[in-house]
Write a protein that binds this ligand. Structure first.
Ligand code: SAM
Length: 231
């Protein structure tokens, strides 16, 4: 067993900050992430056969989390942010060793770059292992999880005319599905569960080199207000 964990790859994603990253993979399928293999693993032999696989597991480090206190219980957003469960009953980023795992779809392989969709990874996330998804074994037929029985109900996402036009222009410049990514990520409602609804409050996040702002005119409705290049 290695003495310390080796970074075998790094993820390049649109997410420049943790806010508004979906809370699990597969919730924003338009998100494209490039997995760049790092030396000495950046050889085609290392991924030979991967073209036969539709999905992979990424094991990674939550490098964007500061110090990880030795906490045994956490407050998952899924439970409203005020109920606690054991850290090992959760997918919290605050955990011993700070290891995360996500199943993502392999879109294509270019040399030693693996392009995947639907990932929930911060830009620059160190990947410590990549494994093929094995459908007959990785989806137990009677699996249940009553803490998170189904994906959360998505919000409706509306756009101002100006924001939509700007998003489409930026999509052409970046060659990325900017409008779909923003819509899918904001539909997940990134607000902390404890925050009360305030229709006046404006939220913002950086995606790629863009600042995106939005508000909630009604509790379950997003209005995207602007998409502008960062200074
Ligand atoms: N699917 C993984 C798992 O179950 O281990 C991650 C679940 S965790 C609840 C997802 C959140 O982790 C994202 O919404 C984002 O805020 C955060 N995140 C993603 N990449 C991160 C990183 N490299 N460092 C810190 N936080 C990260």
């Amino acid at each position: 067993m290695p003495q310390s964990l080796i970074h075998v790859a790094v993820a390049h994603s649109p997410f420049r900050e943790k806010f508004a990253i979906p809370r699990q993979p597969g919730l924003a399928t338009a998100v494209r992430t490039r997995i760049e293999l790092l030396p000495p693993y950046n050889k085609e032999e290392a991924i030979e056969g991967l073209e036969q696989v539709s999905h992979i597991w990424l094991l990674f480090l939550f490098h964007g989390v500061g110090s990880c206190p030795d906490t045994l219980r956490v407050r998952p957003p899924r439970l409203g942010g005020n109920e606690r469960i054991g850290v090992f009953a959760s997918r919290s980023t605050h955990r011993p060793n700070g290891i995360g795992q996500s199943v993502v779809r392999v879109e294509r392989i270019e040399g030693t770059d693996i392009w995947v969709s639907g990932a929930d990874l911060l830009d620059g996330t160190p990947i410590i292992d990549i494994k093929p998804y094995v459908p007959y074994s990785d989806v137990p037929p009677h699996a249940i999880n009553t803490i998170a029985p189904a994906a959360p109900e998505p919000c409706d996402v509306n756009w101002t005319e100006e924001a939509l036009q700007a998003s489409q222009q930026q999509a052409a410049r970046l060659s990325e599905p900017v409008t779909e990514v923003i819509s899918q990520c904001l539909a997940q409602d990134p607000r902390p569960a404890y925050q009360s609804h305030d229709p006046q409050r404006e939220y913002g996040v950086r995606l790629w080199d863009l600042n995106v702002t939005w508000c909630y005119p009604q509790p379950q409705t997003v209005l995207v207000r602007s998409v502008t290049p960062c200074d």
